[in-house]
Ligand binder design. Sequence first.
Ligand SMILES: Cc1cc2nc3c(=O)[nH]c(=O)nc-3n(C[C@H](O)[C@H](O)[C@H](O)COP(=O)(O)OP(=O)(O)OC[C@H]3O[C@@H](n4cnc5c(N)ncnc54)[C@H](O)[C@@H]3O)c2cc1C
Length: 336
Amino acid sequence: MSTTDADLIIIGAGPAGLTAAQYGARANLKVLAIEQLAPGGQALLIDVLENYPGNVGVGDAPPKTGFEFSRDLHQQAESFGAVFLTDSVLSLNCEGNLFTLTLGNGETRTAPAVILATGAQHRTLDVPGEAEFSGRGVSYCATCDGPFFRNKKIFVAGGGDAACDEAQYLSRLSSQVVLVHRRSRFRAQKALAERVLRNPNIEVRFNTRIKEIRGEVGNQSGGALSGGSLPVPQKVASVILERTGEDGKGIGGAYEEAADAVFIFAGTVPQTSLVPEAEKDENGYIITDQKMASSVPGLFVAGDVRAGPFRQVVVAAAEGAIAAHCAAEYLDRLNG
Ligand SMILES: Cc1cc2nc3c(=O)[nH]c(=O)nc-3n(C[C@H](O)[C@H](O)[C@H](O)COP(=O)(O)OP(=O)(O)OC[C@H]3O[C@@H](n4cnc5c(N)ncnc54)[C@H](O)[C@@H]3O)c2cc1C
């Protein structure tokens, strides 16, 4: 056995990383998976994972939720011998055939092969009030924050799978869900989009964008230095909406409407900061070959962080399996 900490280190334990961990361990590799939050990644946010092949529920039971699916995937990988560590990877350096990872706790870990499965993070709308009221009515996760807004007026922004999926979830908590999308049709899968359009608790407004989020601001004592009180954002109170043209840009006619919460699903940004040297496409996603190998030898990439046409759990899982399989082949070649 080598003197490195693992044969294969996986960064990120969403569906791609979890599946890679399972396949790597089953290929008899010493696998270490490092996850900064909880195993599952974005899949933890999925209400009912009804489009994963075979996830149909047993008897009258519904299909597994994203949380249940992630829990089972994690247990499955551990049962085959993959080891999980909770920490964030701060840097990834490669010298010769050895990768050295520096963790948030200051320690390092080494391996001759790495799978980057860091996924993607939500994009912001970048409108006034968004950052100010984040956590005070502005949210990027319906399953996390939706229950705080039961029977309240909720705006959802976006037109892809995440926006439609989360609007569906919120519509079970409130009959006043307004889904605004700056285009004239959804990007989401057809079945999901049609369900949203039929849902009596969701009002869909196409060609509309949120221009600003307004709210109540209270005062807090500023202490001796400021000698007065500081304005502190309390909660969302309204949104400024604007009509949009075919290009999705505002065309005026802004109006204000009362709101208790704003859930934003405006797309995602690939998490690639650990590998500035890896080749990327024009949108910043990492380019690989069919074996999930990046332009950096020994660095494989899987899931939402990889340049590909479709970002779903089934795709991430499949790419994780291919990456682990091909990383094992790479290690065989390396060890002669
Ligand atoms: C609300 C919502 C609903 C969705 N609904 C569906 C659906 O119904 N069906 C479907 O198939 N797909 C759905 N998706 C998409 C699906 O969840 C993603 O395609 C999938 O999770 C991508 O998996 P991944 O492993 O590539 O990345 P992610 O799930 O993003 O996981 C990446 C992981 O890497 C970790 N990480 C990142 N950087 C570091 C670091 N430096 N150190 C350590 N860890 C790190 C993150 O914490 C995260 O856990 C939905 C997504 C959202 C947000």
